[in-house]
Design a binder for this molecule. Sequence first.
Ligand code: ZN
Length: 198
Amino acid sequence: MRKDCPCGIFSSSSIITDFNQRTIHYKYIMSLLPILTFPNPVLRQKAKKVAVFDEALETLISDMIETMYDAPGVGLAAPQIGKSVQLIVVNAARDPDAQESMVMINPEITEREGEQIDEEGCLSVFDLTASVKRSKKVTVRYQDIKGGKQEMTVEDRFAVVLQHEIDHLNGILFIDHLSSLKRTLYKKKVKKMLAAQK
Ligand code: ZN
């Protein structure tokens, strides 16, 4: 069985155990979800709060975790897979090769401190990485997979990931933090790319 930690972290290896025992734990069979890319309008919507903590939510979370690692990415927000709800999954492992899945439902940044500039990319923003200025340290209030209230203070790279993913829940992409010139150039590039595909 999956062992949930009260802080919302559970190891992906326990999910894989469920996957191997799929006759018993049928509900944990995972599937990869298609990731929406800019300029899909769902990415621009303000996501709705999650109110029901049920099996359907757990299945969505498992699928999002699987999709995140497959991409591969360090974080994924529900609007990126077309579900406009306030849910993010992140890989909280310090070692880039390790997997420590963490789920935050209805997350909200309650405190910010300092500044940092780091390179960002996004599974929904094709072919672009850029330096973005973010808070150095953030405190996030959120609910875990069972609906329990949690709070966590993180800094450095993990704080960047959380700010990036929580932005997605408000319809904000990392390109919105760039200069208007850089953003315009990127929009033009995407337009050209889409026109070439037609
Ligand atoms: Zn993103």
